[in-house]
Each structure stands twice: as C-alpha cells, then as structure tokens.
Design a protein around this ligand. Sequence first.
Ligand SMILES: [Zn+2]
Length: 263
Amino acid sequence: MKSPILLAMNLQCRTELALNYKAGSQIARVISEDWCSRELYCAACSSDGLVSSRVNTPAIDFVCPECDQCFQLKSFKTWHQKKIPDAAYDSMLRAIRSDRVPNLVILQYSTGWLVKNLLLVPSVFLTETVIEKRAPLGPGARRAGWVGCNILLHRIPRDGQIRVVANGSAVAKREVREEFSRVRKLAEVPPSARGWTLDDLTIIRKLAKPRFSLQELYGLERYLQNIYPHNRNVRPKIRQQLQILRDLGLIKFIGRGSYAVRA
Ligand SMILES: [Zn+2]
C-alpha cells in the first residue's frame, strides 16, 4: 500500500517542460496540462486519474476513464475573481442549450509554478446567465470579428465553485467528491430551465444564512430583474424554483414561508 504522503497531491508543476516552447501561453498550457494529467482526479466517481483528450476535441481537455465526465482546463497566473475569458460565444451557447458543456477546471499557479488555487465548476452551473458576450475582435487582430465570451464567476453560487486546491493546500478528495455529488441532481433539470433554478440558488447564497424567509428572497428581486429585464413574473419564478430546489434536496421547507439550506 502507498504511504499517505505519496497519495497527497503534489502541487509543484514540472517547469522543465517550458524549455521546448517559446510562447508564454503555450508554456502555461503544456505545464498545467501535464500537472493535471498527473495529479487531477475525477470528482464524480472514484477514479484517481483523468485521461488527456485534447487531440480529438478542442473544448475538452480531460475525460474520466471510468465515468466519461469531461473537463476543460483554464489556467492563469492571476485570475479575476469576477470573470474569466472562455471560448467562442456562439459555440458556448450551443453547448449549453444541448447540455454538452464540460466541467470547468480553473487553475491558478504561482511565479514558481506551484498550484495555488484550483476551482472546479460542475458543468450544470454553466448556464446562459453566467455567459457574457464579448466585443468582436478589432480589424487589426489575427482573428478579426471573432466573438468570445466571459464566464461570470460572481453569478455562480458557491455550491458551483468547488475548491480542489485552496490557497496553496489541497482539499481532501472525499470532501471534493461530496460537494460534487451534492449538486449532481441539478442535471435532472433541463438546460432551458436550469438557469432560473441556479439564479434562485445564487440569491439564497447571497443571503448567507442557514435559514431564510420568502420576504428576504424577495429583497433580492432586483438582482434577478437585472438578469431578466423583460420578465414580469420574477416573484412567482422565485417561488417555483424554491420547489425545484427542495425536490433536489438542496433546501428544506420549514413552513410559514421559512426555508433552510441543506448542508
Ligand atoms: Zn469519473
């Protein structure tokens, strides 16, 4: 049996791989992909490794050999807490609407190439609400006219931002897998309706209370109205989504317009 020390995540990347490349972005990609192929495990099942798949599918970097979950890797030295740049806007929308978005892995490395933070966003949290269309690239750009998108992390509830590495230390695998399995049932909500379900969860999380009332949620109505400016039924929507969140086991109804978040 391996010793616990050998089983722990090694957060140091192999910097010698950089010698074969010149461009900074390419170096970052090669080094972070190498690290993931050695250290990253599947959060959805008990597989302790993922298989690189980039050659065949540009949007998917890793696949779990046991349960087929797909993962896309984004790595940054500095990362904006609010939004991160992603791929083409149109193809992202298509992927969301047909429920084919991979899980997102956001890796932040230090100057010395230690993995500092690693965030896993389960694919169910990547809804149209969290995708922002960027301005087309200008005429001087190599891909002039190309339209990319940003992922708005601040619109993803913390249930959808699972920490695998936090401030330079690895979170226990068991904890990561528990977090992932807690939100897995959200996949049962069709992608066309899931946006509202998650927006409701976002405002519940914004309250930051273990128990809350419907009136308190209504207090955050404006947040949802900004996302859906033409919708005149925000309050009924809030109530409808509470029932869905209850059926998914994420909240509990305590009665008299009171609710509790399930840990
Ligand atoms: Zn798996």
